[in-house]
Write a protein that binds this ligand. Structure first.
Ligand code: CP
Length: 306
């Protein structure tokens, strides 16, 4: 049973596992068609407790692409500063009857918990929760992979594809959603991380999902390398970890012919160079950003028609 169905009799997007393969096929078809218009319009509210550029802007433009109105809830100027709780904030938002509440939270699991404070006509979309999930990022990454290799969607469309995910895996909701999603469609996933960013408990968890492991990018041959930055914002109170000096993608040779992906934001000269991110013909980073708007528009359209 999927996470949203346990709580509500409607269609929310909290985890990539909330979408069946046929749902994802429909979303990709909507993205291909670029026909996003929602008949009766509606309202979407974005509620972001953590900073964002790509996800926030692409969701807000997606709502407009679909003919909905978009309202941004500014946490810093809201009554949360007067100690109103998040639950009561969501109850208040619910009173305005939005069609969508798009929520990014610092704490893992919050969208799953807070969805029950919304009426059934408001759909919750998880825009990234702590170290939990970032389902729309994984969906746009999946779409980008199929697009660049011109692969037709099917239940096993990634069966010949190897994807290396490299960097701060332990703190990454992007890694988690991509591992769930891409392995479901047959991809071989290799996790590459200094030990300090991939403790044994998390290795065991991902090993049980079929992932394999390597210590450097030079050891492996992959079709795609997804690079992750160090997520310092999840290290409060902990000693700040750093990558070893030989870790990252700093020239074409480091890629070993793979395509380069990165969810952004990039940290230049930490895990990647500006040239590799924006000038290399193997970099898909700008394409990922472009597809973010496309896929989020398709998700809004798909969920609106549910
Ligand atoms: N990839 C991603 O979630 O980027 P933002 O934090 O800028 O939204």
């Amino acid at each position: 049973m999927t996470s949203n169905m346990q709580c509500r009799n409607q269609f929310n997007l909290i985890s990539v596992n909330d979408f069946k393969n046929s749902d994802i096929k429909s979303i990709f078809e909507i993205a291909d068609s670029k026909k996003f218009n929602v008949k009766n319009g509606g309202l979407g509210i974005s509620l972001f407790f953590e900073n964002s550029t790509r996800t926030l802007l692409s969701f807000e433009s997606a709502l407009l692409n679909c003919g909905l109105k978009s309202v941004r809830f500014d946490v810093s100027s809201s009554s949360i500063a007067k100690e109103e709780t998040v639950i009561n904030t969501i109850r208040t938002i619910n009173s305005y009857s939005p069609d969508f509440l798009i929520m990014r939270s610092k704490q893992t699991g919050e969208p799953l918990i807070y969805q029950k404070y919304l009426d059934s006509n408001t759909k919750m979309i998880n825009a990234g929760d702590g170290t939990g999930e970032h389902p729309t990022q994984a969906l746009l990454d999946f779409y980008t992979i199929l697009q660049v290799l011109n692969i037709k969607f099917s239940d096993s469309c990634l069966k010949n594809i190897t994807i290396a995910i490299a960097g701060d895996i332990m703190h990454s909701r992007v890694a988690r959603s991509n591992i769930f999603l891409l392995s479901r469609f047959g991809a071989k996933i290799i996790l590459i991380s200094p030990l300090s960013f991939l403790p044994q408990s998390i290795r065991n968890f991902y090993s049980n999902l079929g992932c394999s492991f390597a210590y450097t990018l030079r050891e492996i041959k992959a079709n795609f390398v997804m690079l992750l930055r160090i997520q310092k914002e999840r290290m409060e109170g902990k000693a700040r970890l750093t990558f070893p000096s030989n870790f990252g993608i700093f020239n074409e040779a480091d890629l070993n012919h793979a395509y380069l992906m990165h969810p952004g934001p990039i940290n230049e000269r930490v895990e990647i160079t500006e040239d590799m991110a924006y000038l290399s013909s193997k970099s898909l980073i700008s394409k990922q950003v472009e597809n973010g708007s496309l896929i989020r528009s398709a998700i809004i359209k798909f969920l609106s028609d549910k």
